[in-house]
Design a protein around this ligand. Structure first.
Ligand SMILES: Cc1cc2nc3c(=O)[nH]c(=O)nc-3n(C[C@H](O)[C@H](O)[C@H](O)COP(=O)(O)OP(=O)(O)OC[C@H]3O[C@@H](n4cnc5c(N)ncnc54)[C@H](O)[C@@H]3O)c2cc1C
Length: 400
């Protein structure tokens, strides 16, 4: 039994059947649609250049052909570990022999006055983006709260659709949690060049309006007229089912490197987990396609008794305008940044070092660096900073 029908669930189904699991397989998903990819939601699908039919990983025929029972539009409300059952919101109770929790994460909502007004959105699901698309006509004013990936991707897409876009970011730079200052400043300048207004050090105080949102108010007293607003202030792990069932949870469902929870019959994968990273020597909760995909693959193998440890160097991408940002590794804790190339060229990389070790690389429109970075960050190299900065020398040759 798999609870949650997103990226991780779809991957687990593939692996379980491909590896020969022939028993009963049920997937319970709260959203009333086939498991689908989320990245296009803030990018090409929002822009209208990616068809709805391309969003699902697989079509119904695949699940029918592989004897996978989909219970979609159904939320799992209760996990009874003693009875080995899952209770659904239609009152039905399903028994399991082994369980994979792949419940993902949920968009954090703003806890300020007016947050419930029509026209105030989050962007996590297909239903969210359908609602945004219905309101996102050229010439309208969109205010986006949060200058992280989701906020900035949405800002770029809406601007390209012809909306007036303002972004409120409470930190002193965009993508504050993940990229260094030169990369953040580059993105701020690119957005400004396209006409997106980014207001830094500006938190959210309230939304106001009548029948729908009319303005967004900043903590600095500023007021921003809005026809629609999108809140992109991060996610929380969907771990309530696990928590209520007494499984260890701490900023996500606590799993080991085999994706096993504190109950040997229950596994978890994807955004909902807090998992160990041998590469970084600490526990992580990641929100990325790569993590959901790889953890689900490990979980599926382990469910079948094929011991498979999950230990990957994380990577993530973000598309804004014609810029492809790929982040390899985790830069938190770096003590030095070495730039490769000039941001003005719109193709460059930022290499993060800690005690001389390469711990992460951000690449912007630099495919070759990105390929090399994956190997070098995983290999924990200690490069010569002068060589790193030398763009006449391929990054892959920077092994000290
Ligand atoms: C707009 C957007 C853009 C993104 N862009 C990128 C990108 O460019 N690159 C990247 O690497 N990542 C991106 N991500 C992140 C990526 O999509 C997620 O990390 C990934 O989907 C996680 O997969 P998952 O299976 O863990 O969770 P999800 O895909 O979120 O699936 C979880 C599913 O479980 C369901 N569920 C939860 N609780 C229950 C319950 N109790 N009962 C039944 N069902 C339940 C949820 O409704 C959901 O459908 C993006 C995410 C969003 C929202």
């Amino acid at each position: 039994m798999i609870v949650g029908a997103g990226q991780a669930a779809a991957q687990a189904v593939e692996i379980l059947r491909r590896k020969g699991y022939a028993g009963a397989l049920t997937v319970v998903g709260e959203e009333p649609v086939l498991p689908y990819q989320r990245p296009p939601l803030s990018k090409k699908f929002l822009a209208g250049s990616f068809e709805r039919e391309r969003l699902p990983f697989r079509h119904q025929a695949f699940y029918d052909g592989h004897d996978v029972r989909l219970k979609l539009g159904r939320r799992a409300l209760r996990l009874d570990r003693a009875a080995r059952t899952i209770g659904l919101d239609d009152g039905s109770v399903l028994a399991y022999d082994a369980l994979l929790l792949a419940t993902g994460s949920r968009a954090r909502r703003a806890a300020v006055p007016g947050a419930g007004l029509p026209g105030v959105h989050v962007l996590r699901t297909l239903a969210d983006v359908d609602a945004i698309r219905a309101e996102a006509q050229a010439g309208r004013r969109a205010v986006i709260v949060g200058g992280g990936y989701i906020g900035l991707e949405t800002a770029a897409t809406l601007r390209e659709l012809g909306l007036e876009v303002t972004v409120l970011e409470m930190a002193d730079r965009v993508m504050n949690r993940v990229v260094c200052e030169p990369v953040a400043r580059f993105y701020e300048a690119e957005h400004a060049r396209r006409g997106v207004r980014i207001l830094l050090r500006t938190g959210l105080a309230a939304f106001s309006g009548d029948a729908r949102v009319r303005a967004v108010h900043g903590t600095d007293g500023s007021m921003h007229p809005a026809d629609l607003a999108i809140v992109g202030v991060g996610v929380t792990p969907a771990d309530e089912l696990a928590r209520e069932a007494g499984l260890a949870c701490d900023n996500g469902i606590v799993v080991d490197e085999h994706c096993r929870t504190s109950d040997p019959l229950v596994f978890a994968a994807g955004d909902c987990t807090n998992h160990p990273s041998a590469r970084y020597g600490r526990r992580l909760r990641l929100e990325s396609v790569d993590n959901a995909f790889e953890q689900a693959a490990s979980a599926a193998h382990n469910l079948l008794g094929i011991a498979t440890a999950h230990d990957r160097t994380p990577w993530f991408w973000s598309d804004q305008y014609d810029l492809k940002l790929i982040i390899v590794g985790l830069s938190q804790g770096h003590d030095r940044v070495v730039m490769r190339g000039d941001p003005a060229s719109r193709s460059f990389s930022a290499c993060y070092l800690r005690d001389g070790e390469l711990i992460a690389v951000d690449t912007v429109n630099a495919a070759r660096d990105q390929m090399a970075a994956r190997k070098l960050v995983a290999a924990r190299i200690h490069p010569d900073p002068a060589q790193l900065a030398d763009i006449t020398r391929p990054l892959k040759d920077c092994v000290a």
